[in-house]
Design a protein around this ligand. Structure first.
Ligand code: AMP
Ligand code: GLY
Length: 428
């Protein structure tokens, strides 16, 4: 039998709590560390007090805790080159990592890179053009070729705020000027992608690849807007459902043939060695899956409904991925439906207060609690972020799973608490 593993998970949101919760159940695990973690991850592992992109602190922890596997939760450390940092340091290069190198992470880090990648490999995506500040006039001409609404995307990472969807052409032209000439979104907006608006229902598809083989994890749908009926500002995500009824076996086969296979083979053709998650955000347009974007990580809050549906040992799968032996893994999926509802701080995604005392958050037999923005201070659980905590329940159908989650939420209290009461409304 192999030695048990000491694992370091980078990140501190609901996604990381869900992954930590799942890995903690593995017989392969010795010690699980999460950096920086949150008030929930400390229930299933040990939080380490450094940020997810503090590579020097990470190196010391890897050595001191005898870590053999690093799992990267969020995109920032990937884009910043955490893989290269580990691989190029003699003291820690033996450590296995799940998370792509900086070049592969450009699938998420640069919209222009990912659009060109999709075009090069014939992966279905919205028609687009890419423009810099010197091309403002041709950008406006290109814009005029589309019908409203207009979709403008800052090329770089903009904390989830870099996509603008605008109905009015004059307003869209102003936004283009703001981004390309006015420094809106900073350097991320120095280049802009203009693309065709896609009408349909969104779906999140998750692929884990070691560069050769891949596994498709359970799909999910998330609810990004703050308000009921998908209204109001975009957020990190207010809830998620898995599975998604329209994504049946035939649909997922189409996703596999037209998107997943060409993505994995495209990475190989481009000599981008990619080890980690590929999150395909797609739009179902009249039954056809069209890619909106790639992310180089798992989704949040999708992970909070995906992890509970994975029946077998996820740490073993990740270890095989890190070792490039993913062909030895398969994935066993619970047929039941998972419904995840996120509680957020009043005011989010705009200004909100932190440090509110929380009560009634404990998981029960029907419902899991995944902490996002929480922290433990002198024995008290306090809010520490916009998205605070997610509750996920599994049941034989969507209605029952949702009822279980909402019943649990009725017990939870903190000042300013807000959540959507209509998660899953469009799938019923
Ligand atoms: P992103 O920040 O790239 O996740 O995009 C934010 C959201 O904008 C997506 O989840 C979609 O809801 C929407 N979106 C992005 N591109 C398009 C498009 N071409 N057509 C319609 N909606 C889009
Ligand atoms: N829930 C969408 C994301 O993680 O980007």
């Amino acid at each position: 039998m192999m030695d048990k593993l000491n694992v370091l998970l980078l990140g501190g949101g609901g996604r990381e709590h869900a992954m930590a919760w799942k890995m903690a159940q593995s017989p392969l695990l010795s010690q699980l560390y999460i950096a920086p973690g949150n008030g929930g991850t400390s229930e299933v592992g040990t939080n380490l007090p450094f940020g997810d992109s503090d590579f020097e602190a990470m190196k010391l922890a890897i050595i001191e805790k005898n870590i053999s596997l690093v799992i990267v939760g969020p995109e920032a450390p990937l884009v910043k080159g955490v893989r290269e940092f580990i691989e190029n340091d003699d003291a820690i290069k033996h450590v296995k990592i799940v998370g792509p190198g900086a070049e592969g992470a450009q699938l998420e880090g640069s919209k222009a890179f990912s659009k060109a990648f999709m075009q090069r490999h014939n992966i279905p995506t919205a028609r687009y053009g890419e423009f810099n500040g010197e091309q403002i006039e041709s950008a406006k001409v290109f814009l005029s070729e589309f019908n409203p609404p207009y979709v403008l995307k800052a090329d770089g990472l903009a904390a989830g705020k870099g996509v603008l969807i605008i109905d009015d052409r004059a307003e869209a032209e102003l936004a283009l000027e703001d981004m390309l000439l006015g420094g809106k979104f900073g350097a991320a907006g120095n280049k802009v992608v203009i693309e065709e608006f896609l009408k349909g229902i969104e779906l999140s598809v998750f692929v884990l690849t070691d560069g050769n083989d891949y596994l498709i994890l359970p799909e999910a749908k998330d609810y990004k807007r703050i308000g009921e009926g998908d209204s109001g500002l975009n957020t990190g995500g207010m809830g998620s459902i898995s599975p998604v009824p329209f994504a049946d076996a035939a649909y997922m086969e189409k996703v596999k043939q037209t998107i997943v296979e060409p993505t994995i083979s495209g990475l190989k053709k481009d000599n981008i060695s990619y080890n980690g998650f590929v999150f395909v955000g797609l739009m179902n347009v009249d039954g056809e899956p069209i890619v909106i974007e790639y992310n180089s990580r798992m989704g949040d809050p999708e992970t909070e409904s995906v992890m509970p549906r994975i029946k077998n040992d996820f740490l073993e799968i990740l270890w095989n991925c890190g070792n490039q032996t993913l062909k030895n893994s398969k994935i066993e999926v619970d047929e039941r439906t998972a419904a995840c509802v996120m509680l957020v701080s009043g005011g989010y995604p705009e200004d909100y207060e932190k440090g509110k005392v929380m009560s009634g958050v404990e998981a029960n037999a029907q419902t899991l609690a995944f902490h996002a923005g929480t922290t433990l201070k002198e024995g008290k659980l306090l809010t520490s972020g916009g998205r605070v905590i997610a509750f996920t329940s599994l049941a034989n159908n969507l209605e029952d799973a949702l009822s279980l989650s909402y019943n649990k939420i009725a017990e939870v209290k903190f000042d300013g608490m807000y959540y959507r009461t209509d998660i899953g409304f469009d799938l019923k």
